[in-house]
Design a protein. Structure first.
Ligand code: SF4
Lengths: 483, 250
């Protein structure tokens, strides 16, 4: 059947356009490079001893792995404990279902306005847009989220959503969009402007929506990590609190929490612990003066259970969303978050987005990596991101029906497959290989420099010259043993 | 990490990039090892470790080529590789590539014997070199796979520190990728360029006359960029440099 959208640019083209745009924007590049240096050095200070970090990282990995291995029973336990304490639990297989659940709760409570704490999972759902379609105002209350919402943008980083903007740009934005704000570049004043304008919204909101950093199965506790206190306001001021989590956030007991919290805060911002840490155990009880009357926990799948089925790929679900892999990624720090066109950018996005939304539909972001390994090195729960990237590249060209990866086999194209077949023939045959590399001198003169793959190479690099004599020849001449 | 005792003989896996573009680095490495009274065996039928296909997702093709190499190195002696990237492919990624292969056990034996050149010099040969060259200032670019897959940290610098006329100027962001990444550099030229330009800026800032590395992928990329920008600084493989400086004496 004909695809009515085929004239629109493909995901791949969109991605290419996206990163070309970023690369040609010197201001944006400066913002990202500076911000990632700053975040990197903050993390570095928090983990001065590499060996100690490795130990903690190993512990983090083990805790999350264990939780993952036991995911089904833990989720059931979480549900049961929450229900016992009056937290209502909802299951959503897709983002549509999750949106619908949130909408119904809002409508039942006649909500006209909703305040939100920072949450990537609701970005996954495009919840704000959805609620607005249903005439419910959704206001972001995290400072970074608030800034980008003013400018109708999406987050460019999973923990620092407005990282692509510098102080001047924010000052200008506030001046243009907030009545009576005026222009100021003083951080405290910018903060005060945002706070003042948000206060009013906090008081009149009918529902508060937040994400979840960890959910404790044994006690039915929802944990929320944040720095601004807005998460606490969202989860305590309005009469209804809805917490939304991806199903991989559950851990068995409170005991596992401290190491993970340490890893999260230090990896994210270099803080020993976040300024606020909220543990939500129930709605307001009889006789209590504050807290929401209803607390809901929405547990979202959105293809996580499919990712879970593969014992290697399931490690993608270990992620605690600290953002360290983004800050350390040489690609992310050059092209920024928006270029990827995905909810999750950077290394975690490169492995998560294609598995959630399809290898083809995400434009081949998993190919845009030099495989330098910086992400895997700093990841607090030791996700082997480079290995997962390699696996996804394989799945991209793997047409076998047994593959469970969404849109597997769609990246295979005839020209490339033939090229690799040809490569295989030459390198699996010592004779062919020798003939080929013996032609070096000839190749030097006949290889077109301005066409084919060499064109991309030679645009900003000299093309390497084949040596007059190969190592095979030199070794023979020098009488190196050939056994 | 565990390293073997000094052996009487070793295998040398030269890698395809060195074979075609940097044979000098390969032969230098071989000669440095021979000078320590270790016999070097260079199986002439070797070609490539298979990494380019593996990294592009073409595992079947990579397997065929890898198996062709593995059978050439049957003796239970170390296999020295003058490239951390190819070394990591054979030492670590083969286990992934052949996860379900019937010959996994013998492949493991092959992988365990892989040892990168600078680690071999430092930990196995415990080499001592004498510097015969003029005073020179240089800088070191740490290949990503050396750092993060082969766990090579100080070895190259320890070797350079033995050379009294060599002054090593630390490269800012030494651990940041140069933008090569094999086919990445061709598939995503603009991103690769952005990474390389920053690397070249950092290298230029050192004022050194030469940048050394232990991986010919990085070297080809960095040298290509330096030449394109008409910089006077040259790029060299660690092995070539060490042989040049200590040739004939130890
Ligand atoms: S993948 Fe690892 S480093 Fe990246 S956000 Fe997740 S936990 Fe942090």
């Amino acid at each position: 059947m004909e695809n009515p959208n085929q004239n629109l640019s493909s995901p791949k083209e969109k991605f290419v356009k996206g990163f070309q745009k970023s690369l040609n924007d010197p201001q944006l590049r400066k913002n990202f490079r500076n911000a990632s240096f700053a975040l990197k050095s903050m993390r570095q200070t928090a983990f001065p001893d590499e060996a100690a970090f490795k130990e903690l990282q190993e512990l983090g990995h083990r805790i999350k792995m264990k939780a993952l291995k036991n995911l089904g029973p833990l989720l059931r336990q979480l549900e049961q404990k929450c229900q016992e304490k009056g937290i209502q639990v909802h299951w959503a297989e897709s983002t549509d279902e999750a949106n619908q659940i949130v909408l119904e709760i809002c409508q039942r409570n006649n909500a006209a306005s909703v305040i939100k704490g920072k949450s990537m999972v609701t970005e996954e759902m495009h919840l704000n847009h959805f609620l607005e379609q249903h005439k419910i105002e959704a206001i972001e209350t995290d400072l970074g989220e608030y800034i980008i919402q003013l400018d109708h943008e999406t987050p460019s980083h999973i923990i620092a959503p407005a990282i692509h903007k510098d102080k001047k740009q924010i000052a200008q934005l506030f001046n243009d969009k907030i009545e009576g704000a005026g222009y100021t570049e003083v951080y405290e004043e910018l903060n005060a402007i945002a706070r003042k304008s948000l206060r009013k919204k906090f008081y009149k909101a009918d529902v508060g929506i937040t994400g979840v950093n960890f959910a404790i199965a044994e006690t039915g506790t929802i944990c929320l990590v944040e720095n601004e206190g807005n998460g606490r306001m969202c989860s305590t001021l309005p009469p209804v609190h809805i917490a939304v989590m991806g199903m991989e956030k559950v851990i068995p007991t409170l005991e596992e929490l401290p190491p993970l919290l340490t890893l999260l805060a230090r990896s994210a911002t270099g803080q020993p612990i976040s300024t606020y840490f909220n543990m939500i155990n129930s709605p307001r009880k009889e006789g209590e003066k504050d807290g929401p009357k209803e607390v809901h926990l929405v547990i979202l799948d959105n293809r996580r259970s499919q990712i879970y089925q593969d014992e290697h790929l399931q490690k993608t679900l270990l992620c605690i969303r600290c953002g360290a892999c983004l800050n350390h990624c040489p690609v992310y720090s050059r092209i920024g978050g928006h270029a990827y066109n995905q909810v999750y950018p950077g290394p975690i996005g490169k492995i998560l987005a294609p598995q959630m939304n399809g290898l083809e539909s995400t434009g081949g972001v998993h190919n845009a990596s030099s495989l330098c390994g910086a992400c895997g090195e700093v990841c607090p729960v030791k996700i082997p991101i480079p290995e997962i990237l390699l696996r996804l590249r394989y799945e991209g060209v793997n047409k076998s029906r047994s593959s469970k990866v969404h849109e597997h086999g769609t990246q295979q194209n005839f020209k490339e497959s033939m090229a690799w077949k040809f490569w295989e023939k030459i390198h699996a045959s010592p004779v062919l290989y020798k003939t080929n590399s013996g032609l070096g001198n000839l190749l030097n003169s006949v290889m077109p420099k301005n066409a084919g793959p060499l064109k991309n190479w030679s645009e900003f690099r000299e093309v390497p010259q084949f040596a007059a004599k190969s190592l095979h020849q030199l070794a023979r001449e020098k009488g190196v043993a050939d056994e | 990490m565990k390293f073997p005792k000094k052996p009487d003989e070793i295998y040398f896996f030269g890698t395809c990039l060195i074979d075609m573009f940097y044979p000098d680095a390969g032969i230098s490495a071989i000669q440095l090892i021979q000078k320590e009274q270790v016999k070097v065996i260079y199986p002439q039928e070797q070609t490539c470790c298979g990494q380019p296909a593996f990294n592009s997702g073409y595992r079947q093709e990579a397997q065929t080529v890898a198996l062709q190499q593995i059978k050439l190195f049957p003796k239970k002696i170390p296999i020295v590789v003058p490239s951390s990237s190819c070394g990591a492919m054979m030492k670590h990624h083969y286990l992934d590539l052949f996860e379900d292969h019937w010959a996994l056990e013998s492949i493991k034996d092959f992988s365990e014997r892989i040892i990168e050149f600078s680690q071999f010099l430092v930990h196995v040969l415990k080499i001592k070199m004498e510097d015969l060259g003029e005073p020179v200032e240089l800088t070191w670019h740490a290949p990503c796979h050396a750092l993060r897959e082969m766990q090579i940290r100080e070895e190259p610098k320890q070797l350079l520190q033995q050379l009294k006329n060599v002054k090593l100027i630390e490269l800012e962001r030494e651990h940041e990728c140069c933008g090569f990444g094999g086919t990445f550099s061709i598939k995503f030229p603009e991103i690769s360029k952005a990474m390389l330009s920053d690397k070249i800026d950092d290298i230029s800032k050192t004022g050194a006359s030469c940048v050394l590395s232990g991986d010919c992928g990085c070297l080809m990329n960095i040298e290509g960029g330096l030449k394109f920008q008409k910089k006077t600084m040259v790029g060299k493989h660690l092995a070539s440099f060490l042989w040049e400086r200590s040739n004939g004496k130890s």
